[in-house]
Design a protein around this ligand. Structure first.
Ligand code: SF4
Ligand code: SF4
Length: 342
């Protein structure tokens, strides 16, 4: 749509005006790390963050989400989206949101997710600092982020603000914007190239080559068992991942035994009981009983199974799983590069 510029001294007032209009969520500090949280003041915003503990997906797909209240035979849905602006989303997280948008929309549309998603305006921002475990420059290069409404780039004396949708353009009224010059647009292109050269980790092969080799390695049990031998089955690598979307549904009954709430909770395929199914009469079957099978399943999902549907791998290279894994075995770069050489 349009490309604007706003001076540094006018930026906080722009954020403050957006906050007067609706809830604004952005990266803020939490001890030595960063999280997406509702802003209470523009000064809290940390657009220089490297990566957040949890991805912004939690704004549409909360860790615990009420789905339905029931009372006898009567039930009532809990969809009640809140309009919000999510400010400062890095491009790899936009790519992950694009994936969950597609997956929650295909076949049976999931309006518990989609209503929240449609009520959100996303302002992406350039990566000012690169996380030490990120590899976003070498993964899914064929996939372009598209779900954001505007893109903000920090320049020397202010910010370039590119609007991509009507929702993004609608934010311009909150700030003292002027049209961006060709020089400012060129500066923004250079600024956005920098983080791509700063990732310390990199995949050595294309998504297509990796998908083919990963699929072929399914039966290589010794590789997967060795890769997973220190796994605690804690599920942290799933929980922090922006492209994971599995959930568990539970009915919580009130004491009257007639009413209650149906709720969904994030779930993760690395946990021991994830693949347990009831066979009836108290019997249970776990179809991914061993750590190696669960570890393999996660890498298959990230690097091979969903590629056709998503147009690329289901990993965006944020590096959150690598940082969250206590025995330091979850990093897809280490696993995949080793597998490619095997
Ligand atoms: S698998 Fe790891 S690096 Fe890839 S998107 Fe998930 S958390 Fe990020
Ligand atoms: S790979 Fe690491 S983070 Fe994932 S379940 Fe195993 S120990 Fe936990």
């Amino acid at each position: 749509m349009n490309v604007y510029f706003i001076k540094d001294q006018d930026f906080n007032s722009f954020v403050a005006k957006m906050m007067e209009s609706k809830k604004v969520v952005g990266p803020v500090t939490k001890k030595s790390k960063f999280v997406f949280a509702a802003l209470e003041a523009p000064e809290q915003l940390r657009l220089d963050y490297d990566v957040t503990i949890l991805p912004p997906k939690k704004e549409f797909f909360p860790t615990c989400q009420s789905l339905m209240k029931f009372q006898g035979n009567h039930c009532e849905g809990c969809i009640n989206p809140e309009e919000k602006i999510i400010l400062g989303v890095h491009f790899y997280d936009v790519k992950a949101i694009d994936m969950t948008d597609l997956l929650f929309r295909e076949k049976n549309e999931d309006w518990n997710y989609l209503a929240n998603r449609e009520a959100a305006t996303i302002i992406a921002s350039n990566i000012q600092n690169v996380s030490s475990r990120a590899f976003f420059a070498s993964v899914g290069k064929e996939v372009t982020p598209k779900g954001h409404d505007a893109f903000l780039t920090k320049l020397k004396s202010g910010y370039l603000f590119e609007t991509l949708t009507a929702k993004g353009e609608n934010l311009v009224k909150f700030g003292k914007f002027e049209s961006a010059s060709d020089g400012q647009k060129q500066e923004a292109r250079s600024v956005n190239d920098v983080p791509l050269k700063k990732c310390a980790e990199a995949l050595k092969h294309s998504s297509k080559e990796i998908a083919g080799k990963v699929r072929k390695s399914f039966a290589n049990e010794s590789f997967w068992n060795e890769a997973a031998k220190d796994c605690f089955s804690c599920g942290s690598c799933n929980i922090v991942c922006p492209t994971c979307y599995c959930f568990d549904v539970q009915d919580d009954w009130n004491l009257d035994q007639a009413s209650g709430m149906r709720t969904r909770y994030w779930d993760g395929c690395l946990t021991e009981d994830f693949a347990c199914i009831s066979l009836g009469a108290g019997a249970v079957e776990n179809f991914r009983e061993h750590r190696g099978e669960r570890f393999r399943h996660r890498i298959m999902r990230k690097a091979a199974y969903l590629n056709e549907k998503l147009g690329g791998p289901a990993c965006v290279g944020c590096g959150r799983c690598s940082s969250a894994c206590t025995p330091n075995i979850a990093d897809p770069v280490n696993v995949i590069n080793k597998l490619m050489e095997a």
